[in-house]
Write a protein that binds this ligand. Sequence first.
Ligand code: AMP
Ligand code: GLY
Length: 419
Amino acid sequence: MKKKVLIVGSGGREYSIGYFMKDEADIFYAPGNGATEEFATNIDIKDFEELAKWAKENKIDLTIVGPEDPLVKGIVDVFKKHGLTIFGPSSKAAQLEGSKVYMKNFLKKYNIPTARYIETDDKDKAFEFIDSMDKLPIVVKADGLCAGKGVIIAESKDEAKKTVEDMLSGKAFGDAGKKVIIEEFLDGYELSMFAICDGEDFVLLPAAQDHKRLLDGDKGPNTGGMGAYAPTPLATPELYEKVKTRIIRPTLEGMKKEGAPFEGVLFIGLMIVDNEPYVLEYNVRFGDPECEELMALIESSVYDMFYNGATKQLDKIDVKIKDMVAVGVVCASKNYPYSSSEPAEIKVDDLSDTNGYIAYAGVKKIDGKLMATGGRVLVCVGFGKDVEKARDEAYKIVDKVHFDGKKYRKDIAYQAIGK
Ligand code: AMP
Ligand code: GLY
């Protein structure tokens, strides 16, 4: 009998996980979006207890959680209490993302390479550390979850101090900023790596690069991500080895010692300085839009990867990766990331002469029509044997997607192509 999988979330990330599993399993989404209902069943239950009861009654074999918010709030703990199989970290392990202070202290304790820092809730201590720093810029981070906006790169000591004051007073980010991290600036290039972890073992997926800024040339405000590609040729076999031995292995060992074995996706935001990897941040979930490319690269069973990850059996499978590159270009709505946009109908031309797929995110079905309802609307993912070919396919798909206000970056994957 076909397996039954419940996916928690509603974005392009969750769409892609279900899309690449739909031949192996019947897919259910809580809540899903206007496009997931084309191949899956959307259900509208928010409460974790209620959802777990529903999963039990409906004999769900595996639940996969997309976003960090339910993880930090303990959805995995609730499902496990009910004896359900769920892929994701406990709320304790999710602190790696939920609190930057927890993460930095963890990295320091287990000797995992990261930028030099202090954490404090005391303004005088913060100012003293800033005065002692001999290089600019200075990085100031709010402790809690701030939807990716809690990091300020200050170009002067005065700006760093002002930022600390705004955060500690609660003015900038409320309670999330009442503790701060001040750290040295690492000057290198950024990569993201994703490890599927079962508490003991892990499978490292191909390295990706995200494009966080809104505009071409990495200009404009930060967003959730305007495009990504994987694998990136910037990650060499030596670098993968260093990340495994210096970062992932000690993280899994450390989390066991902390009494919070790490199960789920460990998303490692890395800065590479002179070929050495430093951890900028951990997230406890897939990146979005990185997931949309990574799911397309998996040749072996996607269900098995998640199921074995959720049942401490990663050592029993071999996750095979396709010999290709995937490039994803986000099409966002007119006012993203500033404000909401008017719903606009989405029309897609015939895609049969393209190589790739569309992962839908900010969409709703209204009167039978698929509407863009704001934010990041969809991701056009192109496949190819190298970055350039995959990029060309992605933009071919972008040209076939139409909705009022559609905006996208034109330089996705430039780091690997040289513009
Ligand atoms: P985070 O949320 O900690 O990953 O920070 C968001 C972004 O700020 C990162 O993706 C980097 O571009 C930048 N950043 C954070 N910490 C540093 C650092 N120590 N040195 C340089 N850039 C940083
Ligand atoms: N694309 C980066 C993130 O999901 O945090």
